[in-house]
Design a protein around this ligand. Structure first.
Ligand code: SF4
Ligand SMILES: [Zn+2]
Length: 144
C-alpha cells in the first residue's frame, strides 16, 4: 500500500475498476482507472485522493488531490479542476521567482506552463484560482 495513504483511488468504490467495492481485492484489471462520479481518468490511482473515498456519497466533495512534493511527510495538493499537477526539476516559480529544483507545474492551454517551487506556493496560487473552494486535505501545508 502506498505510504501516501490507503484512502486512494485504487481502493475506492467509485473507481470503475472496483465496481462499487471499497478495498476491492479483485479489481477489474481490464478497465482503466476512472472516477465514475467525477468523470475523469485517475491514471496515477495509487497516488490520487479525494474526500468521497470517505463520504462514500456520489456528490463530489471538494477537489481531487495528487500526492505533492515530499516535505517531512507525504502531502496532498489539489488538482486545478480536472488538471492534475505535474512535477519538474527546473524552471522558475511563478509565485516567488526562485529557481525550481523539486517543483510542481500546471500545464496551461495557451501559454507556458506555470511552475511552483513548493507545495505552499502552488497552494497559494490554487486558492486564488478557486476562491470559495476549500482543500481540507491540504490544510497541513499551510500550517507547516
Ligand atoms: S477521485 Fe475520489 S471518488 Fe473518484 S475514484 Fe478517486 S477517491 Fe474515489
Ligand atoms: Zn516559490
Amino acid at each position: 500500500m502506498p505510504n501516501g495513504g490507503p484512502d486512494n483511488c485504487s481502493t475506492c468504490g467509485f473507481n470503475r475498476r472496483n465496481g462499487g467495492v471499497w478495498r476491492n481485492h479483485a479489481p477489474d484489471e481490464s478497465q482503466m482507472p476512472f472516477c465514475q462520479i467525477r468523470g475523469v481518468p485517475v491514471l496515477n490511482d495509487h497516488w490520487t485522493y479525494c474526500e468521497n473515498w470517505h463520504t462514500r456519497r456520489p456528490e463530489p466533495a471538494g477537489p481531487i488531490y495528487s500526492s505533492g512534493i515530499y516535505d517531512e511527510h507525504y502531502r496532498r495538493i489539489p488538482w486545478h479542476g480536472a488538471v492534475a499537477p505535474e512535477f519538474v526539476s527546473s524552471g522558475r516559480c511563478s509565485e516567488c521567482g526562485e529557481a525550481i529544483h523539486d517543483g510542481i507545474v500546471i500545464p496551461v492551454v495557451e501559454g507556458a506552463p506555470l511552475g511552483f517551487c513548493s507545495n505552499l506556493h502552488y497552494l497559494e496560487w490554487w486558492k486564488r484560482q478557486h476562491q470559495g473552494e476549500d482543500a481540507p486535505m491540504s490544510r497541513d501545508i499551510l500550517e507547516s
